[in-house]
Ligand binder design. Sequence first.
Ligand SMILES: Nc1ncnc2c1ncn2[C@@H]1O[C@H](COP(=O)(O)OP(=O)(O)O)[C@@H](O)[C@H]1O
Ligand SMILES: CC(=O)N[C@@H](CCC(=O)OP(=O)(O)O)C(=O)O
Length: 301
Amino acid sequence: MTLSRNDAANVAKVLSEALPYIRRFAGKTLVVKYGGNAMESDELKTGFARDIVLMKAVGINPVVVHGGGPQIGDLLKRLNIESHFIDGMRVTDSATMDVVEMVLGGQVNKDIVNLINRHGGRAIGLTGKDAELIRARKLTVSRQTPEMTRPEIIDIGHVGEVASVNTQLLNMLVNSDFIPVIAPIGVGDDGASYNINADLVAGKVAEALKAEKLLLLTNISGLLDKQGEVLTGLTTEQVDRLIEDGTIYGGMLPKIRCALEAVNGGVTSAHIIDGRVPNAVLLEIFTDSGVGTLISNRRRV
Ligand SMILES: Nc1ncnc2c1ncn2[C@@H]1O[C@H](COP(=O)(O)OP(=O)(O)O)[C@@H](O)[C@H]1O
Ligand SMILES: CC(=O)N[C@@H](CCC(=O)OP(=O)(O)O)C(=O)O
């Protein structure tokens, strides 16, 4: 690389402005959830990979958890398998589970690992089955309408929730300068595979590692109110009200729930940010205001 005097001056300026943030986060763990909707273009994926590599290079420890909902949807469509969602969770029968495992553990995981490595990082791809990284149990979903005397239990198939996270493995990798890239597949006591919403995995991994930040990259500018304005700094009670009145629905439900749980479980802050913005991760870390919706355990939540 040849650097002109101008380039060198710009690099020096940017680095000196970034220094206070680098010092603040050096040695800390940041869990970044990369949603399938934020992987739309090669440009976005490349920007993401560069951000992750840069973070590691300046001494911050990223742990990536990825989704891949749209990519699973594409293959299911090609195979003529229908799928639908309840409260943001894909109803997962055995055939769907096979596809989920192939797409997340194969295609999407290796794509991200490869990109990070091509940009100079040392990424290692894992599913929850590797060294039993994510132990899972079946997720039960219940629903109650005012007419019902008791809640009805809905069976959504091979969908799991996180029972435990193997932090020993993650700490070993992080301390050896690897960047773990985790596909949200869990393993049950009997060795069965579970499809887990990637937001839930990211939240639990962040909690287990006592991460400084949980960044949830999605395809929207943050949590929006009914008028489309970005909401930030919400209390648990305010979030409950927004769920009740239907402002928060679908894929935003697991996202906001896991963000709240993570901060209540010891993560300093969780951020729902727009993964369609190039270099969203660096923008979030290296600015005071940040981008998107902030949920913090300081005072309000
Ligand atoms: N109040 C809300 N604010 C913003 N997005 C919301 C809200 N309620 C529901 N959503 C939906 O949640 C989606 C984000 O969830 P999801 O599609 O699962 O993202 P990802 O694939 O990144 O996890 C948004 O694109 C939007 O359609
Ligand atoms: C149970 C459940 O819904 N699992 C998700 C796992 C992938 C995911 O969460 O991907 P995104 O983050 O891109 O939405 C699914 O099958 O789509």
